[in-house]
Design a binder for this molecule. Structure first.
Ligand code: PLP
Length: 416
């Protein structure tokens, strides 16, 4: 199930071999070869993931955990096997710490509701940053409303980096939780999460990291990061949609109440009360997304086969190239210029609405995203309603970045 080993040549990726794994990339859109540069919204799946899901449905599907028959046991093995793969991939200490969710959004809501409703009270503070995706803002706003707690926001500077000095100042005696993105989807900023965790730990404050944009692009080791929660989504890391992961430190998850009730999350039910299941199933009520988990396990195998450091190196050189060619487009301004960014370029073209840019480059077969990227406060900071965003994965090429730059020159001509 892993990527072709020949794809890894002298610690560099053989792009053509890798691209051959992704059937969707080999098509024409509007008469041009597709250039898919919308990976931060959702990445594409290699045939290894598609085959794993198809094989599961063709051969192994039944409901998990409750059956003694062979198919149910096979489905359970595949489902729990995928959990073990994810645990290894992010170096969690135990499978008990890997909770399946629908994605990052659900994982953060789980923590906000289960941990938050238990631990937050009037006047307590949840400290986030200006750089968050709405998925790491709104669940905290909801639980703040429910408990009387307050959301406190660390400001950022004009390169799109959080102000660590301000963070340290805002981390006060009332802070009960720190929640921040590992990598910004809107700007590509890689946040100084080690410093943040160290500061929070020094004050005994737990930390949740939103890893949706980090896990697909760099090696993540949750024990090394020393965070308490880490959330991410399958569809951004070349796996299926509708599946994601909450990593939770076992000691934290153990004392948290379930957030949804139903089948599978119980050991015994009577009308007098219910005994909840052990970790991680206590947090997995109802029939789970079994095929999604199996597909995510295959995605992890695939990424392991290529090597996360090869992916990170490849994307760093793609980003450098794309930044250079886009900066040559007259009137183009890159929004988010932090050093050491992930391969995301948000930009505006003077006098042209981002939606027009997105529509016109689509005619050239180039898929980019335009809008607020579920990060409206970031747009507000930079005084723009929206940006155009090109986001790269290891299967993208320099030539695709060049095509985008050329298409943007055409956009300018059309609006001249
Ligand atoms: N956090 C970040 C940084 C994201 O980029 C996204 C999706 O774009 C999310 C959270 C939400 O992920 P999902 O929609 O898969 O739950």
């Amino acid at each position: 199930m892993s990527a072709n080993p020949e794809a890894v040549l002298n610690a560099e990726l053989d792009i053509e071999t890798v691209r051959a794994d992704f059937p969707i990339l080999h098509q024409e859109v509007n008469g041009r070869t597709l250039a898919y540069l919308d990976n931060a919204a959702s990445a594409q799946r290699p045939r290894q993931v598609i085959d794993a899901v198809s094989h599961y449905y063709s051969s192994d599907h039944a409901n998990v955990h409750r059956g003694v028959h062979t198919l149910s046991q096979r489905a359970t093995d595949a489902f729990e096997g995928a959990r073990a793969k994810v645990r290894r991939f992010i170096n969690a200490g135990s499978d008990k710490e890997i909770v399946w969710t629908r994605g990052t959004t659900e994982a953060i809501n789980l923590v906000a509701q289960s941990w938050g409703r238990t631990h937050l009270g009037e006047g307590d503070e949840v400290l986030i940053t200006w750089l968050e995706h709405h998925a790491n803002i709104v669940p905290w706003q909801i639980v703040c409303e429910q408990t009387g707690a307050r959301l406190v926001v660390t400001p950022m500077d004009d390169t799109g980096q959080i102000r660590l000095d301000e963070f340290e100042r805002l981390l006060g005696p009332k802070t009960r939780m720190v929640a921040l993105g590992h990598v910004s989807n809107a700007l590509g900023t890689v946040n100084p999460v080690r410093d943040v965790v160290a500061m929070a730990k020094a004050r005994d404050v737990p930390v949740l990291l939103d890893g949706a944009q980090a896990v697909p692009h760099m090696a993540v080791d949750v024990q090394d990061l020393d965070c308490d929660f880490y959330a991410f989504s399958g569809h951004k890391m070349f796996g299926p949609t509708g599946i994601g992961v909450l990593y939770g430190r076992e000691s934290m998850l153990a004392e948290m109440p379930p957030w949804q009730g139903g089948g599978d999350m119980i050991l015994a039910v009577s009308f007098d009360g219910t005994v909840y299941n052990e970790l991680p199933w206590k947090f997995e009520a109802g029939t789970p997304n079994i095929a999604g988990a199996v597909g995510l396990g295959a995605a992890v195998d695939y990424l392991d086969g290529i090597g996360m450091s090869n992916i990170a190196n490849r994307e760093a050189s793609l980003l450098a190239h794309a930044t250079r060619v886009l900066e040559e487009v007259p009137g183009l301004r890159i929004i988010g210029t932090a050093p050491g960014k992930a391969a995301v370029i948000s930009f505006i073209l003077e006098g042209i609405h981002p939606h027009d840019i997105g529509t016109i480059v689509d005619h050239e077969g180039i898929a980019i995203r335009t809008g607020h990227h579920c990060a409206m406060p970031i747009m507000e900071h930079f005084g723009v309603p929206a940006t155009a965003r090109a986001s790269f994965a290891f299967y993208n090429t320099e030539e695709e970045a060049d095509r985008l730059a050329q298409a943007l020159l055409k956009v300018r001509e059309m609006f001249a």
